[in-house]
Ligand binder design. Structure first.
Ligand code: NZQ
Ligand code: ZN
Length: 390
């Protein structure tokens, strides 16, 4: 392991098919006025809303509701939430939904009492809240496995006026105080969202795995998680009501991005930077933006560290190594990745999710280029990768 780090994760998890029975107890230590945040209404159709309202009542809370959080939440919606939270002087935020709703709740949590342009400050300038900043504590009830937002500080916000989608990773002060993870709550997910979540969680691990040259415990953990996701995904896409597979996916997604497997690592995140820029232009489903750009990105980048990609092929995909060069093995690993992406039904081309040749230059401009994977891309390389993904 290289790197020095401090590790702590403040989120308490309640996991399992009766996890919601702990919600009232989890809410009790916080103030009386709770802002309940949710999305487009799936929680009203699948019964999750009723469970949550019962727990809020049991914990004797006063509820202020904010609904309509869209997939890829926007800065305009964030301002609406911050105004409402200020007007009611809420003590606590309860987010009920997928990554969009939880990310959004974090944005409202920091923006409500920030005196200035929160988008510019936290997302564009990537500033952290001041040590004495008032941050509204939040909790989460997760209904979709994928982003890991339930146990991390990430908050991704889209600004359509600026054609930008930017993630800010806040510290422990913004992470959920608790999260309720009932795999049954995810059963009503449309197939497309199930698949998008599966590739999202898998790619989070790839982003952390494909960096560094040292022998790292984090990489061994990452390999185990990736194998688990592949195994469970193949069951879940055929049999969506399989509790074992769905619960494994939910747990793996949380561990994929709850700050554990990145410890001591540099981390890549270029597939996400490309995916976010594509999302800013197309508003496409997050996991699909990642799968659609992955082949072109990884086939290009693997030449800069074939040894790690060969290890990925051997350990994650069980590809026999005998008689093969590292490059050949690395390439077969990407073949296996793409076969799996096609099998589960995720997008493989950005043209499938609304990107057009005319958008390429703009998407390239919106792509934040990081310098922490095996190759720092130039803008021209970003354009090539995007063109090869069309
Ligand atoms: O709005 P509702 O009606 O709830 O419907 C949602 C939405 O349409 C639906 N859904 C969720 N749970 C459901 C359900 N439908 C039926 N039954 C259920 N149980 O699914 C749709 C997508 O939901 P969304 O929350 O947008 O999906 P996801 O969890 O993938 O979140 C995506 C957002 O998270 C960001 C993405 O960029 C995107 O904005 N990310 C956040 C990260 C983080 N916090 O660390 C990291 C990720 O890489 C990602 O960037
Ligand atoms: Zn993601």
């Amino acid at each position: 392991m290289l790197g020095n780090f401090k590790y702590s994760n403040p989120t308490t998890l309640y996991f399992g098919d009766k996890a919601q029975s702990h919600l009232a107890e989890a809410l009790r230590p916080f103030g009386k006025k709770v802002m309940l945040i949710y999305g487009g209404g799936s929680i009203k159709r699948n019964g999750v809303y009723d469970d949550v309202m019962a727990a809020l009542k049991e914990a004797d809370k006063e509820v202020v509701e904010l609904s309509g959080v869209m997939p890829n939440p926007t800065v305009v919606k964030m301002e609406e939430g911050a105004q409402l939270a200020r007007r009611h002087n809420v003590d606590f935020i309860l987010a009920v939904g997928g990554g969009s709703t939880i990310d959004y709740a974090k944005a409202v949590s920091v923006a409500t009492w920030y005196d200035g342009d929160a988008w510019q400050h936290f997302w564009v300038e990537q500033a952290n809240p001041a040590p004495d900043a008032r941050i509204i504590p939040l909790g989460a009830v997760l209904t979709m496995a994928g982003t890991g937002s339930e146990m991390n500080g990430g908050s991704v916000i889209t600004n359509h006026a600026a054609n930008l989608k930017i993630g800010k990773v806040f510290g422990t002060e913004v992470m959920p105080k608790f999260a309720v993870l009932n795999p049954r709550y995810t059963f009503s997910l449309p197939h497309r969202q199930l698949v998008a979540g599966i590739y999202d969680m898998f790619n989070h691990i790839m982003e952390q795995y494909f960096s560094g040259h040292d022998d790292s415990t984090s990489d061994y953990l990452a390999e185990g998680l990736m194998r688990s996701i592949v195994a469970s995904s193949l069951v879940a896409v055929k049999d969506p009501a399989n509790y074992e597979a769905r619960s494994n996916l939910m747990w793996a997604a949380t561990w994929a991005l709850n700050t554990l497997i990145s410890q001591g690592k540099r981390e890549d995140w270029m597939v996400h930077m490309l995916g976010h820029a594509i999302g800013a232009y197309t508003d496409a489903t997050h996991g699909m933006t990642l799968s659609a750009v992955s082949e072109a990105y990884y086939r290009y980048v693997m030449q800069f560290c074939p040894a790690k990609f060969a290890r990925f092929a051997k350990v994650v995909w069980d590809i026999p190594a005998e008689g093969k060069s590292e490059e050949q093995l690395a390439s077969e690993g990407i073949d296996a990745l793409m076969d799996w992406i096609r099998t589960i039904g995720a997008a493989t081309r950005i043209s499938q999710i609304g990107a057009t040749p005319e958008m390429i230059e703009g998407i390239a401009d919106a792509t934040i280029i990081l310098d922490s994977g095996y190759k720092k891309l130039t803008r021209a390389e970003v354009v090539d990768i995007l063109r090869n993904s069309l």
